[in-house]
Design a protein around this ligand. Structure first.
Ligand code: ADP
Ligand code: MG
Length: 248
């Protein structure tokens, strides 16, 4: 069975301790979220898991056959148009150009891009369209593991929900596992099988929350109610320093 296993992981940048004793396992077909405040070490953890950063202490064991990435800012190649940006991973895998373009177009439409957009370059796309391209590019290769670093953060609420719905649908259909990083409790509740709460200074996991209801059965009411519940959790309040915000 494919899985990603993190064992006793520590990380420092210089003399600063960033992550302390991180342990978790992401199993095949599951969506695992790491939730915590900005600066808490989430991106660092994702980079260690995905091999973008070298592990210095502890272990990351990744037996997934393939993986891909989507980031908050999209990170598209400015000199390539929408379809060529999406097709890039397929071409890198040695797929025939005509076939790669075909698949790129199909998934672009699925992610809400229109034929008129296909020839456009990133500089002519809105933030939302760039993010559609970024998701399409990450998913067109059918990765067994998808790394997501706050990919919805810059989007308005409607677009966020639309892209989340596509993501849930595709990941269920293709049995894709996801390691999802966010500071947004609500989106974690909408998407996750399990949420790990990462408290800062240094980043360490203080609690986990499990969600059994299948993602495609979670409506807004479920997400709002679960968010309201979790926002009263003592560890959540401390991790996000919510009590200091109360108006006295
Ligand atoms: N390459 C780096 N060199 C030194 N410090 C870094 C580097 N990358 C991140 N940091 C620091 O590590 C801490 C955690 O950052 P990050 O993992 O980006 O947190 P998050 O994604 O939760 O906002 C921050 O204090 C940040 O300034
Ligand atoms: Mg980050």
């Amino acid at each position: 069975m494919e899985k990603l296993e993190v064992k006793n992981l520590n990380h420092h940048f210089g003399f600063t301790e960033i992550l302390r004793d991180i342990n978790f396992t992401l199993e095949k077909g599951k969506i695992l979220s790491i939730v915590g405040p900005s600066g808490g070490g989430k991106t660092t953890l994702l980079h260690l898991c995905s091999g973008l950063l070298d592990v210095e202490e502890g272990e990351v064991i990744n037996t997934f056959k393939s993986s891909s990435f989507a980031f908050q800012e999209g990170r598209l190649l400015p000199w390539k148009n929408v379809i060529d940006n999406i097709a890039i991973g397929l071409l890198a895998k040695g797929e025939k150009k005509s076939q790669a373009i075909e698949k790129a177009k199909a998934i672009a439409l699925k992610f809400g891009l229109e034929e008129d957009d296909f020839e456009k370059f990133p500089k002519d796309l809105s933030g939302g369209m760039k993010q559609r391209v970024s998701f399409a590019r990450a998913l067109v290769v059918k990765p067994s593991l998808l790394f997501l670093d706050e990919p919805f953060s810059a989007l308005d609420i409607g677009l966020k929900k639309e892209l989340q719905t596509h993501l849930i649908e595709i990941s269920q259909k293709e049995n894709i596992s996801i390691l999802f990083i966010t500071h947004d409790m609500m989106e974690a509740i909408r998407l996750s099988d399990k949420i790990l709460l990462l408290k800062a200074d240094p980043g360490h996991i203080v609690k986990e929350f499990d969600y059994i209801l299948p993602q495609d059965k979670r409506d807004d009411k479920f997400v709002y109610e679960e968010s309201a519940k979790i926002l009263q959790d003592k560890e959540i309040i401390e991790t996000f320093e919510l009590n200091s915000l109360e108006i006295k």
